[in-house]
Design a protein around this ligand. Structure first.
Ligand code: AMP
Ligand code: MN
Ligand code: MN
Ligand code: MN
Length: 287
């Protein structure tokens, strides 16, 4: 697959990625990405460093964020693209989510201790380079201490819903998050739609409700898609009049199956989300 020019979903060490914003920008440029959105979980602090590096590298940096939502009892991720990070209601909302994350991290530590697994919270806190602690940090602890051999197993055995260290999520509401993103001048996009534990009917209801709340788009091209996923979402995007986004969800070079910019194109009749971007966020024309 050739490198896409747009990659609108990536993480840095400000959340649960492993590269700094500057290193991510360098890697994106080397992979032929012309427009890169930095979308850390529930935090926008890495954008300033990303901007500086992108200006140097000749990459367009889209200020973004990936916001945790609880919808019908399940976690759904909403990307905000082309946001003004300083928008106060957005920052207040993200601060509230980070407070929940802080409490949840301690609670995950307590739940692991009940299973005779000591030191998880301190380890996770210690390796988190940014202001949030993610389940990813606990998964790294469980791998490092040999409780499991892969990150996937850490989720499956301890951190996923229904497992011993899972804490029921209390994220933000869908319409509330769309409001924060739009208030910040941004476009709201449903991330990795086929990764939720929803059947087709429930996924369609999510996208419909999202559209009615003012959502702009859905990721039709995502880094970890099964065959046929892209086509399913493309049809729904056209039917529900949602724009199509493309994002790898890159978290770092150690995820060997996934690379920044390595994406299927957004193909007609889906309308790409970047057609709604302001000119300063479009790809730089070389002609
Ligand atoms: P959190 O937002 O703290 O609940 O953590 C969710 C993050 O964990 C996601 O953004 C992914 O980066 C990561 N994650 C979720 N499930 C898995 C899995 N099965 N294997 C590896 N990473 C996962
Ligand atoms: Mn993540
Ligand atoms: Mn996500
Ligand atoms: Mn993500």
């Amino acid at each position: 697959m050739s490198a896409a020019t747009y990659d609108l979903h990536t993480h840095t060490l400000w959340s649960d990625g492993t590269l700094s914003p500057a290193d991510l920008v360098a890697r994106a440029q080397a992979s032929g990405v012309a427009v890169l959105a930095l979308t850390d979980h529930d935090v926008t602090g890495g954008i300033a460093e990303g901007y500086a590096a992108a200006t140097q590298a000749g990459v367009r940096l889209i200020p973004g964020v990936e916001i945790s939502v609880t919808w019908q009892g399940e976690t759904v991720h909403v990307l905000g693209l082309c946001i003004r990070p300083e928008h106060e209601p957005l920052q207040q909302g993200l601060a509230r989510l980070r407070e929940f994350r802080d409490w949840r991290a301690e609670e995950i530590g307590r739940r692991l201790r009940k299973k005779n697994i000591e030191g998880a919270y301190d380890y996770a806190r210690g390796i988190a380079r940014g202001p949030i602690i993610s389940r990813t940090h606990f998964a790294r602890f469980l791998v490092a201490r040999g409780y499991v051999s892969t990150m996937g197993q850490a989720f499956k055995q301890y951190l996923a819903r229904g497992r011993a260290a899972h804490v029921p999520e209390q994220w933000a509401k869908l319409d509330e998050v769309v409001g924060w993103v739009r208030g910040a001048g941004g476009l709201a996009v449903i991330a990795h739609p086929t990764r939720y534990p929803f059947g087709y009917g429930k996924l369609r209801r999510l996208l419909q409700e999202f559209k009615e709340s003012g959502g702009a788009g859905v990721e039709v091209s995502s880094g970890m898609q099964r065959p046929g996923d892209g086509e399913t979402i493309a049809r729904l995007a056209v039917e529900l009049d949602l724009l199509g986004s493309a994002g790898s969800d890159f978290h770092g070079p150690e995820q060997q199956w996934l690379e920044v910019g390595k994406l299927a194109p957004v193909a007609p009749p889906v309308v790409p989300v970047w057609t709604a971007f302001a000119p300063e966020y479009r790809e730089v024309s070389t002609r």
